[in-house]
Design a protein around this ligand. Structure first.
Ligand SMILES: Cc1cc2nc3c(=O)[nH]c(=O)nc-3n(C[C@H](O)[C@H](O)[C@H](O)COP(=O)(O)OP(=O)(O)OC[C@H]3O[C@@H](n4cnc5c(N)ncnc54)[C@H](O)[C@@H]3O)c2cc1C
Length: 419
């Protein structure tokens, strides 16, 4: 019998890691990695950070060198969007052009199509100078406009918006961040962390406005944005605008194929998408999380990479439920922030460390249960917490223990380490 063939749709973080993990496990069948973008698969985190300042050159973006794909016998098809899936016939259709193949058969299909930035539906959203930041082309276009002295308006105080605000200040722009919610990073950070980051951005020279909304963007007679109008009537100068108002998972292919979808392709514990031959991973997938106790969709490199390895194991006949502890990092204003666990449902926090000196951790609890830790310039806390959260149960410190002035995370872990 011929070895099975795997088609991976989406040549980003998750898709590339799936192909690599399959070969790493000794999978000997055919692997085809199909990507819509006309580029070697690349990392996205530098796009809001070093790639804009020039600190990370373009040749450091690729996830793997071109030679890797040849050496691993992974067929990489770039610049070719997949246009349809036929789950009954086990085929995908490719965008046509230049005499290329129009369809491909699979035994296993992995959807790793990621997410695209949301555009705020306000008047003026299509003026020149208004950007979103989701891929390398977006970053290139934005980079050309980040000139010292120009006014940058960032709509949305999430991770990407705040990273960008920090980068733009380094480049000498005047920066205003407008966030509709009561605090920045409302979806993903505790109030204590949000407050610290807001103060950090202000000290860095950015203006950070919360509970304020951009209601319109106004341009000059060349059609270029110049001013943002906020609710309440304030007008903010804006030579460049970036909308950092969240992303929409790319679920169209799955929905059209009749696979279950709802703010993400819905998958089970082994990341199968309602069909034993189809998996979905990364930014486009909503999966049951044992850490959150509910289905989650995560936008992080770690999640995409860990899910890629989980899917590769399943395809190779060694299925394991996906139970990785979520973690995420961001860099803003010289602060390295690392979040371990699923902190969204926390109702209590205990802060430990030197807040004024910018080296501390926020322990987040739901009732008495530790659900996650946010660390600022404390990488050791982050690493230890990830292990504790993975071990769970008795390994986890209580709020009372963490609140004690002598609490030491290292000692705690040593004392509770399973023998
Ligand atoms: C500016 C920016 C900064 C970030 N910073 C961080 C960070 O600091 N830390 C962190 O953990 N995460 C960060 N992220 C998030 C992280 O990059 C994503 O979570 C991760 O890339 C998700 O991997 P993925 O494989 O699901 O999707 P992606 O890596 O986005 O890849 C999806 C790919 O699928 C392709 N595709 C879509 N539809 C089709 C189709 N029909 N046919 C073929 N190809 C298709 C897309 O073109 C894309 O190349 C950042 C993201 C951005 C945009």
């Amino acid at each position: 019998m011929a070895a099975p063939s795997v088609v991976v749709v989406g040549a980003g973080q998750g898709g590339t890691e799936t192909a690599a993990a399959l070969r790493g496990r000794g999978f000997s069948g055919r692997i085809t990695l199909v990507g819509a973008e006309d580029a070697l698969p690349y990392q996205r985190p530098p796009l809001s950070k070093g790639y804009l300042t020039g600190g990370t050159p373009a040749d450091e973006l690729p996830l793997r060198p071109r030679s890797f794909f040849a050496a691993q016998d992974i067929e990489l098809v770039t610049g070719t969007p997949v246009t349809a899936i036929d789950p009954d016939g086990m085929r995908i259709s490719l965008a046509q052009g230049g005499g290329r193949r129009v369809s491909l058969r699979y035994d296993h299909l992995v959807l790793a199509t990621g997410a695209r930035p949301r555009v705020l539906p306000v008047p003026g959203a299509s003026l020149a100078g208004v950007h979103t930041l989701g891929d390398q082309r977006d970053a290139l276009a934005l980079r050309a406009e980040l000139r010292p002295g120009a006014h940058l308006l960032v709509v949305g105080g999430g991770f990407v918006g705040l990273e960008l605000a920090s980068t733009a200040r380094l480049l000498g722009l005047e920066v205003t961040v407008v966030e509709a919610a009561a605090r920045v990073m409302g979806r993903s950070a505790s109030a204590a962390l949000a407050e610290h980051l807001t103060a950090g951005h202000r000290a860095h020279g950015a203006r950070v406005l919360t509970r304020r909304e951009v209601v319109a963007l106004r341009g000059d007679d060349t059609g270029r944005v110049r001013v943002a109008e906020l609710d309440g009537g304030e007008r903010v100068p804006a030579d460049v605008v970036v909308m950092g108002v969240g992303v929409l998972p790319r679920t169209g292919l799955a929905a059209d194929a009749g696979l279950p979808v709802g703010d993400g392709v819905l998958v089970d514990r082994t990341l199968r998408a309602g069909d034993p031959a189809v998996h979905a991973i990364g930014d486009c997938a909503r999966f049951p999380s044992p850490h959150a106790g509910r289905p989650l969709r995560l936008e992080s490199v770690q999640n995409a990479s860990d899910q890629a390895r989980c899917v590769a194991a399943d395809i190779c006949g060694a299925p394991e439920p996906y139970t990785a502890v979520p973690w995420f990092w961001t860099e803003q204003c010289g602060l390295r922030v690392q979040i371990a666990g699923s902190t969204a449902g926390h109702d209590r926090t205990v802060v430990s460390g030197d807040v004024a000196g910018g080296r501390f951790s926020v322990f987040c609890f739901a009732g008495e249960r530790l659900v996650g830790v946010e660390s600022v310039n404390r990488p050791a806390d982050h690493m230890i917490t990830r292990r504790l959260l993975a071990e769970g149960g008795a390994a986890l410190p209580s709020a009372a223990e963490v609140s004690h002035p002598d609490f030491d995370l290292r000692k705690h872990r040593r004392a509770r380490q399973p023998q």
